[in-house]
Design a protein around this ligand. Structure first.
Ligand code: NI
Length: 255
């Protein structure tokens, strides 16, 4: 079954019909979901979802755009959350120079601190990197983040950058963007990369694939991404589903 490696079902966009939607995921072919924290508050709501639904796992972490809220005490709290049984990753963490707030020095500091946290608690990292290719790579190398492993989520860079991450053992997360008309660069990356490093993700409620582009996204739209991967790779859709599920289980260390 399809493994959605990156979702935000705690988002307000699901306030009206969250329970109904989540209850229907299995029937829609979605077997497992990792809900991803993006702040201290959303790490809390992510943990609540994971405690409530057997097929939902949690990532604990603070998104680069939210890092102004971090301090030593909150890092300590995050570390305590990381030992909970359903927490499978530290994330999402990284650098976002597109929105460019808070100032880059603050983003870099807490990216480093959260990588160190992942290494201490022995969890993989979920990396968010936007318009920050060089600094992200530099920090990942300096902090030896490859020892934690993980995924570069919503991968948006070139084949050259992809190669660097693949050489270090990282997975690349691919979602709705792959179906967009202007996604030539990402299609090249998917054609280039080995199938055993590819993870499916929604980043829902954002990034809905064509023909639902602009609508609220959810895991039930992932078959459109599966279809796009199968066409690029020239393999059956079932093979894409099975391989990406195995990849996700391996990366998140789920039996
Ligand atoms: Ni996300």
């Amino acid at each position: 079954m399809i493994f959605d490696t990156h979702a935000h079902y705690d988002d307000d966009a699901f306030q009206e019909d969250r329970e109904e939607l989540l209850a229907g995921l299995n029937a829609a072919g979605i077997g497992t979901v990792v809900n991803v924290g993006a702040s201290i508050a959303s790490t809390k709501t992510t943990l609540e979802l994971a405690e409530r639904y057997p097929f939902i796992y949690a990532a604990a972490g603070v998104h680069p755009s939210e890092t102004a809220e971090l301090d030593e005490e909150k890092m300590k709290w995050l570390e305590e959350m990381c030992v909970r049984p359903k927490v499978v990753a530290v994330g999402e963490i990284g650098l976002d120079y597109h929105w460019d707030e808070p100032e880059r020095e603050i983003q870099r500091r807490w990216f480093r601190e959260q990588i160190r946290l992942a290494l201490r608690v022995n969890l993989p990292i979920i990396v968010h990197s936007r318009d920050a290719a060089k600094d992200t790579l530099d920090i990942i190398k300096e902090e030896k983040a490859a020892e934690a492993g993980g995924v570069i989520h919503c991968f948006s860079y070139s084949v050259e950058v992809a190669r660097e991450y693949l050489d270090m053992g990282f997975c690349l997360g691919v979602g709705g963007v792959l179906t967009f008309k202007n996604a030539k660069k990402l299609r090249e990356v998917v054609a280039y990369m080995p199938l055993d490093r590819l993870l499916l993700e929604t980043d829902c409620p954002y990034m809905a694939p064509v023909p639902h582009r602009g609508e609220r996204n959810s895991s039930v739209y992932l078959p459109f991404v599966v279809k796009a991967v199968s066409e690029i790779k020239g393999i059956p859709e079932e093979e894409v589903i099975e391989a990406t599920e195995a990849n996700a289980r391996r990366m998140y260390r789920l039996a």
